[in-house]
Design a protein around this ligand. Structure first.
Ligand code: NAI
Length: 550
């Protein structure tokens, strides 16, 4: 990240250059480190052993999260070596579900600045602020206004934990080099009364502005990014549902932007649906979908499933007729006057109802998808009704964190008597029922957005289209071995995530080239091309000569 010559204590305090106990004797001599570090020279693996030992002594995942954040502040290589050594174990600590708790307490556990905080009071000066960032070639900004953090609502500045964690997954899951990644919080205030009165809250103590004011601030931000970081893709994350959809619509045709809640969620759930249809021996266009929740995740998914059904041969209207939605005010139907434009395609001629079970009984969906943010809403009656109507009901309970899941894996399998094809937004343990073991999958966006990130990074794609997410979904789905599919697992195993993402990124990158969106030359072999761009959590062996030459 920096080319300046660093010696002695300055070098040890630089998390990107610091090797801690791994500096060689020559490096110690030449870089003024003699006496400043112990007289050993350890390998990365030995350092990792120490980290694992210390992590094992922590009592909670939040303590482990704080420890790992601290490690990142001191030694970036060792942090990524740790997380990438066992993704299935560490991703739930650096990201969901621990990140939810970390965000709730963000102002209290804060230790060190990371990323950028851009307040609406800086309007007119956004470019100047962006130029304060030390890295000049930024390729991804993950940006939130804290409006709807996970299923936890408006967390304002406490939401900064999300862009930080999300970008760590670009690196940990798909090997995007961390120096190109910038987490960003756009501070437009918060309506969270608790934080407004918390002396340790780190954001602006003002209620949120009007939508027009917010969008004009975002417009300035998006345009400023083009100027300051011309190769940058903007990843919107955890805005409220309507802002997420509107801001994506506003910018997607003109700039390289995407919204992970809208498109990434849709991509991974589509992957799960593709595999559910493989288990059932059907096609996406044979299914009828009923959503609980019609916000950013629901609409993004409905739109993407429809695009995938159009690829199977339906017209857009026919595809929309397979999708029904139910929100806080009941079933979306054509007499409702409170719907946004983007919800109207899914409001059909149905009798109004506020009873979800009644909606199931009259629509007879094959699949229900929970994106409501409300835990327990797929109750026993819901699952039993789905199981009466279907031989293999598909139950996707995607809201998170864990206590917000519409139903647990155990509930889905038990109440359906083992008939359900189930996945959740969080990881539930295997369920043993009637002598069978069921493997509930986690519809986690981290199978898709890091691969999108790697593909966009490697190809320098000019736009991020829905087709890229559909291709990503198909690539993820294709990587679940058939013996695991038989146990109901809809997504690949997390332990092999880097390899899964490389293959997924290669398929997405191929489509980037085929669509004419790439801004680099087409390589002969796409997987090799992706591997060439991978970050590896290893210390630079030439630290002395690099440092001297710089
Ligand atoms: P949102 O706030 O935009 O939308 C929530 C929707 O649920 C709204 O349509 C609202 O009317 C509806 N709703 C609220 N209470 C309800 C109730 N009692 N009954 C019926 N509908 C109700 O939120 P967004 O962005 O759509 O996210 C929804 C959930 O999906 C969140 O919990 C989020 O954590 C989860 N999610 C899961 C992902 C994954 O598993 N891969 C990725 C992104 C989001």
């Amino acid at each position: 990240m920096t080319n300046s010559v660093k010696h002695g204590i300055d070098l040890l305090q630089d998390p990107i250059l610091n090797k801690s106990t791994a500096f060689t004797e020559t490096e110690k001599q030449e870089l003024g480190l003699v006496g400043l570090v112990p007289d050993v020279t350890e390998t990365e693996d030995l350092q990792l052993q120490r980290v694992l030992l210390q992590l094992a002594q922590k009592n909670t995942d939040l303590d482990r999260y704080i420890y790992l954040v601290n490690l990142l502040d001191h030694n970036e290589t060792l942090f990524y070596r740790t997380v990438m050594s066992d993704p299935a174990r560490f991703l739930p600590i650096v990201y969901d579900p621990t990140i939810g708790e970390a965000c709730l307490k963000f102002g209290h556990i804060y230790r060190h600045p990371r990323g950028m905080y851009l307040s609406i009071t800086r309007r007119g000066k956004v470019k100047e602020v962006l130029r304060n960032w030390p890295q000049k070639d930024v390729r991804f900004i993950c940006v939130t206004d804290g409006g709807r953090i996970l299923g936890l609502g408006d967390l304002g500045a406490n939401g900064m934990g999300i862009p930080i964690g999300k970008l760590q997954l670009y690196t940990a899951c798909a090997g995007v080099p961390p120096q190109y990644l910038l987490p960003m919080y756009l501070d437009a205030g918060t309506n969270n009364e608790q934080y407004l009165h918390d002396p340790l809250y780190l954001g602006m103590r003002k209620p949120r502005p009007s939508t027009d004011e917010l969008y004009s601030f975002v417009d300035e931000f998006v345009e400023a990014v083009q100027d300051v970081f011309p190769k940058c893709c903007i990843h919107f994350e955890d805005w409220t549902g309507t802002d997420a959809v509107h801001l994506l619509q506003r910018h997607r045709d003109n700039y390289c932007v995407y919204n992970d809640d809208v498109q990434g969620t849709a991509g991974i759930v589509l992957a799960g649906m593709i595999n559910a249809t493989k288990i059932k021996g059907t096609k996406l266009s044979d299914e009828k979908y009923l959503f609980l929740g019609a916000g950013s995740a629901g609409i993004g998914l409905a739109d993407l499933i429809c695009s995938a059904m159009v690829q199977e041969g339906l017209t857009p209207k026919q595809a929309q007729s397979h999708v029904y939605m139910f929100d806080i005010n009941g079933l979306l139907e054509d007499t409702r006057t409170d719907l946004f434009d983007f919800q109207k395609p899914y409001a059909h001629q149905n009798p109004p109802t506020r009873d979800f079970v009644a909606a199931i009984e009259s629509i007879k969906p094959t699949t229900i998808i929970g994106v409501s943010t409300v835990g327990g809403t797929f109750n026993q009656k819901v699952i039993e009704s789905m199981s009466r109507i279907n031989d293999r009901p598909v139950i996707l309970a995607l809201s998170n964190p864990t206590e917000h899941a519409e139903c647990t894996a155990e509930q889905a399998y038990t109440w359906s008597n083992g008939k359900a094809i189930y996945a959740a937004g969080v990881q539930f343990p295997p369920v043993h029922l009637n002598g069978q073991t069921f493997l509930p999958g986690q519809a986690n966006n981290f199978y898709v957005f890091p691969a999108i990130g790697m593909a966009v990074f490697a190809t320098q794609a000019a736009r991020v289209t829905d087709e890229l997410f559909i291709e990503g979904a198909r690539a993820v789905a294709d990587q679940v071995p058939s013996e695991l599919l038989k146990q109901g697992l809809l997504f690949p195993l997390q332990s092999n995530i880097l390899e899964t993402e490389i293959q997924t990124a290669a398929r997405i990158a191929t489509l980037v080239f085929d669509s004419g969106l790439a801004r680099v030359d087409r390589p002969a072999d796409m997987v090799t091309f992706i591997r060439r761009h991978l970050y590896k959590p290893e210390y630079a062996s030439e630290a002395v000569s690099t440092s001297k030459a710089a």
